[in-house]
Ligand binder design. Structure first.
Ligand SMILES: Cc1cc2nc3c(=O)[nH]c(=O)nc-3n(C[C@H](O)[C@H](O)[C@H](O)COP(=O)(O)OP(=O)(O)OC[C@H]3O[C@@H](n4cnc5c(N)ncnc54)[C@H](O)[C@@H]3O)c2cc1C
Length: 416
């Protein structure tokens, strides 16, 4: 049994928790009394980075790229990032199409596609190299008691260890232990769908275009990857997923081609297919005295609009900006009372989270329907977004993660 006392403890060193750790270490450079920081992560770095652990490619918004850039991580991520210059949204067999162009938004790219494995690798290595962050892994948070500090019990190498912390941040994903230990209820929708992901070899160059095509079998997204490949995210009803996983590669490509068409030429090959369960989840509260939920622990989204990680990174950005203000005003970097800080965080994040979750849920529901009035309505909507510059600009900026974002110190200024 060991003891440790920290100002901030992050439960969960996934993409959101690890980004927060790196951002806090950067903040420490400005503080006369640096914050003591711990990360408790259930998986070993080897497990997280093992080949085939995560087959997804993630669309990072322009705003997320700015966050990684300000943390000095973008250069390494950029080595495997493919810029998205155009987003093309369509409804199979209908007239509606919406296009967003980077040039019309005065940015070099609307976002970037990066393999999740690469993001995890860069973040895990950056976090391990931080001298002022203690990474405890593999270790699981198992119990929590609150008095004027948070007393944590973690299970580490089959031993029980006690830690205490002034501020506990739950970044431990959809099944968050922190959330459960705090008895925070959730609002939860099960869409009865799963995402099937794989890389597709293309006959034609994708020209840095990301496609989202709504089909009767569910939305199909194809995101640009290097070497004439695209990352497929196909949302399918749970009941059909086994059938699609059981198809031969050739049969699978025929089905996909029939739905997507020939905009990218013939589909030439498919990598190993992997599936991910899909649901929407929102914690009914995100703050408790001395505790905060961020990322998927606070809100888990359907990947239809590629917003989940981007939203979690905006949580990080707001939190670190508020912590910076808080610590610079209190010379001893005191986190003795974090109540005001947490209230401010809650207030500042509410609208962005509400809008992003609402927009994502609306997309899932509207594009599930095949009834004529609904399909007609959504096609008129798609056309309107294509033809009305203001509407197109607004939606493009939502997609780019620029609405409701609090820029980190040093983050590039973005044209309004
Ligand atoms: C198919 C699919 C495609 C997606 N595509 C995109 C996209 O294009 N763009 C986008 O922005 N988002 C996308 N997302 C969403 C994105 O993946 C998530 O929002 C993001 O991974 C959430 O990160 P997180 O760190 O909050 O949670 P997680 O990634 O779940 O990390 C939680 C971490 O906590 C650890 N942990 C859990 N319990 C404990 C415990 N008790 N103690 C200690 N550690 C613990 C886990 O080991 C893990 O490392 C997609 C999601 C899916 C399913």
């Amino acid at each position: 049994m060991q003891h440790g006392t920290f100002d901030i403890t992050i439960a969960g060193g996934g993409m959101v928790g690890a980004t927060l750790a790196v951002a806090l270490a950067k903040l420490n450079q400005e503080l006369s009394t640096p914050l003591s920081i711990a990360v408790i992560e259930a998986a070993t770095p080897e497990k997280k980075l093992a080949a085939g652990h995560d087959g997804r490619s993630v669309a990072l918004s322009y705003g997320s790229q700015c966050i990684f850039n300000s943390l000095g991580l973008w250069e390494e991520l950029a080595a495997q990032a493919v810029p998205i210059n155009t987003i093309h949204v369509s409804d199979r067999g209908r007239f509606g199409v919406t296009r967003f162009h980077a040039s019309k938004q005065n940015v070099s790219a609307l976002g970037y596609v990066v393999p999740a494995q690469q993001i995890n690798r860069v973040l895990t290595q950056a976090m391990s190299a931080l001298s002022d962050v203690e990474v405890i892994a593999p270790a699981k948070l198992v119990a929590l008691e609150s008095d004027n500090k948070q007393q944590l019990t973690i299970s580490h190498d089959q031993l029980s260890q006690q830690l205490s912390t002034r501020l506990l941040i739950g970044a431990d994903g959809s099944l968050s232990t922190v959330r459960k230990l705090l008895n925070i209820e959730t609002t939860h929708w099960d869409y009865q769908q799963q995402a099937l992901v794989a890389n597709i070899h293309l006959q034609r160059d994708h020209r840095n275009t990301a496609y989202e095509r709504f089909t009767p079998s569910g939305p199909v997204a194809l995101l640009p990857l290097p070497e004439q490949q695209a990352a497929l995210v196909w949302t399918l009803p749970k009941a059909q997923i086994e059938e699609y996983m059981g198809l031969s590669d050739a049969q699978f490509l025929v089905r996909l081609q029939a739905l997507f068409g020939y905009r990218l030429g013939r589909f030439m090959g498919v990598s190993r297919r992997m599936t991910y369960p899909l649901h929407m989840l929102k914690a009914k509260q995100q703050i408790r005295p001395g505790c905060l939920l961020i990322g998927n622990a606070a809100h888990t989204l359907h990947p239809i609009a590629a917003q989940g990680l981007n939203l979690g990174l905006r949580d990080v950005s707001t939190l670190v900006t508020l912590l910076r203000e808080h610590c610079l005003h209190l010379p001893d970097s005191s986190l003795k009372s974090s109540a005001l800080l947490l209230e401010k965080y809650n207030k500042q994040r509410r609208l962005d989270q509400y809008m992003t979750m609402g927009f994502t849920d609306l997309l899932v529901r509207v594009f599930l329907h095949q009834l004529l009035p609904v399909t007609l309505g959504r096609n008129i909507g798609l056309l309107a977004f294509d033809l009305l510059p203001q509407a197109n600009h607004y939606l493009a900026r939502q997609t780019m993660g620029l609405l409701g974002a609090t820029p980190l110190k040093g983050e590039a200024n973005v044209a309004a």
